[in-house]
Design a protein around this ligand. Structure first.
Ligand code: R2B
Ligand code: URA
Length: 304
């Protein structure tokens, strides 16, 4: 079964679930929010940008950074975790920007997105742009490069996300918004101190064997086979590898959210498997997608 419809690019958040309307209350369990306990339209109705990323600390740092970039009052250092009642995910708000962590891998981001998308729907948000800012392994690109994804592909280089529903495989399209990707690339000219490019992003279910690494606890292939696979991926247009983009692209598209994926490459996988850069270098790399997105949001808000 293939589902490809739904993308509206702007407008309201579409919920593709007929059961939701008949529920008297919706408890967003992993976010520690709910329709009875919280006034979601008052809390979130004016959100226009949602930024998601793996680590709670990084998403807090992003919220603090956005506070400064938007020129908001106060230092922004004391930004509060809206999901403090749970330690599954962390959520911060600065002006019209929501910053949320999603953990590692498809199951983790998928749970968060179900609840986040319902949250945006209950809050009656409109014209929301959602961006995943993250880390990745590069393919034939310099460490520290930032990749804006045009299409998220699976480990067979196909633009699809397969989800098992009631025992059947449902296939969903993983196309992302081309215009948004181009707009982000244009914004990258404002942060010229690192290379930014558009390419395919491969999404896998594992960091080690699933990404062709030789350094996991298990490895069933040779170094030659690994390189042959990674070179085939590169030939298919893949420029980086991470673990959430297909699920993210598929869910956002079906729910009418304009979506982008922007990840920094921590290493070039054609050169090795281990991430050897010093912590300070990695910290600066991780700020690069944040700086690009800040430039984008500022430009959208007419602040530059
Ligand atoms: C990038 O980095 C994480 C693994 O280290 C994973 O969440 C991803 O997509
Ligand atoms: N994240 C990944 O998923 N893979 C890498 O190689 C680096 C970061």
């Amino acid at each position: 079964m293939t589902e490809t419809t739904g993308y509206s690019g702007g407008g309201p958040v579409l919920i593709k679930n007929p059961h939701l309307d008949s529920m008297e209350e919706d408890i967003l369990y992993h976010l520690d929010l709910g329709t009875r306990t919280h006034n979601l339209p008052a809390m979130f109705g004016d959100i226009k940008f949602v930024c998601v990323g793996g680590s709670p600390n990084r998403m807090k740092a992003f919220a603090q950074f956005m506070h400064k970039e938007l020129g908001l009052e106060g230092s922004g250092e004391d930004v509060a975790d809206i999901c403090a009642g749970t330690d599954r995910y962390a959520m911060y708000r600065t002006g019209p920007v929501l910053s949320i962590s999603h953990g590692m891998g498809i199951p983790s981001i998928s749970i968060m997105l179900h609840e986040l998308i319902k949250l945006l729907h209950h809050a009656k948000c409109r014209d929301v742009t959602i961006i995943r800012i993250g880390t990745s392994g590069g393919l034939g690109i310099k460490a520290g490069s930032v990749v804006i994804t045009d299409t998220a592909v699976d480990a067979s280089f196909q633009p699809r996300f397969e989800q098992v529903v009631l025992g059947d495989v449902v296939v969903r399209s993983t196309d992302l918004d081309r215009e948004l990707a181009e707009e982000l690339l244009a914004c990258s000219k404002e942060v010229p101190d690192f290379p930014t490019l558009i390419g395919h992003t491969m999404c896998t279910y594992d960091f080690y064997e699933g990404q062709g690494r030789l350094d996991g606890a298990l490895c069933s292939f040779s170094s030659e086979k690994k390189l042959e696979y990674l070179k085939r991926a590169h030939k298919a247009g893949v420029r980086n590898i991470e673990m959430e983009s297909t699920a993210f692209a598929a869910m956002c598209r079906l729910c009418g959210l304009r979506a982008a994926v922007v990840c920094v490459a921590l290493l070039d996988r054609l050169e090795g498997d281990q991430i050897r850069a010093p912590r300070e270098v990695l910290r600066e790399y991780q700020q690069r997608p944040q700086r690009l997105i800040a430039a984008f949001i500022r430009r959208r808000l007419g602040l530059r």
